[in-house]
Design a binder for this molecule. Sequence first.
Ligand code: CP
Length: 335
Amino acid sequence: MDLKGRDLICTQEWSKEALDEVLRLAKAMKADRFGERWTSLLMHKTFLMFFYNPSVRTRLSFEAAMTELGGHAQYLTESAGRFKTATKAGETVEDAAQVMARYAAGIGIRILEDKVPYYGAGDEMIREYAKWADVPVISMAHDKYHPCQGLADMMGWQEWLGEDLKGKNFLLTWASGALARSWSSVQEALLVASRYGMNVTIARPEGYDLDPKVIEWTRSNCELNGASFREIDDSEAGYEGAHVVYSRNWVTPEAYKDGAFNKQGEIEKAMAYTGWTTTAARMAMTDNAIFTHPMPVDRGTEVADEVASGPRSCIYDVAENRLHVQKAIMALTLA
Ligand code: CP
């Protein structure tokens, strides 16, 4: 499959065959991590990473991925640039993207939460980069999607539960917490779970709906695969019979007001809810489910320590898989 030159902004925009190809290659790279067949694939090439928001896993795993493929990753933060905004003169994305593409074989962008004035502005910006850059642009998490995370999640779930996840029950549950998290990781998880035929349950309090477009895609992916889809506002019922439990805090659709991210307001709203934590007692209601989370985990709030660190937690495997899927994505799109 020829994926050279492709942007990766959302997994839903790639065919299932393309996603399979990434996962196949990522697993081969994991099994033979420093094999000679990989270590020169991106020799002398640079991947340019532009972070508007902080990161631990994404930055480290992309840098390690480029090193292991024989290339190099460079890191820029927003303060390094002088960008034009609605209220400030500066460089346009059109110019920045075309210059970056002269230096690098690929560009990664992260733009989340408080760095955008409204939901969807990060997605618009990353697509603007992709429009002007004639090298692949890869989302390193933006306000709508986190495709590398979604693929790493799927790789981990397959490693734990077997390649064929058709008919397995996936619970995505909202969780309490003071982190006012964006929708990117959970939306991507819904898309990959439904692409791979899992029955999807979303449990959240009233008022915590996700992007209607993502819900429509998830529903339609489930229908195509003969899988079920439901949204519930019960904090416990979804655990019954689950095979994968994913608990995470996320903000309401009202998180943006007057061109700003109302972080404090979202935290206050979220902290008013109790009883939305994944506990050992709830995991005991499942069908021996694995616990998954993209990290960083808000321990004690999103999930009890004994679950996050328990024998059915796949969180470190999924975090490791970021490295392998990103190696595969860059080998397929940049090499
Ligand atoms: N999961 C994830 O993207 O982690 P970071 O925010 O640390 O990069």
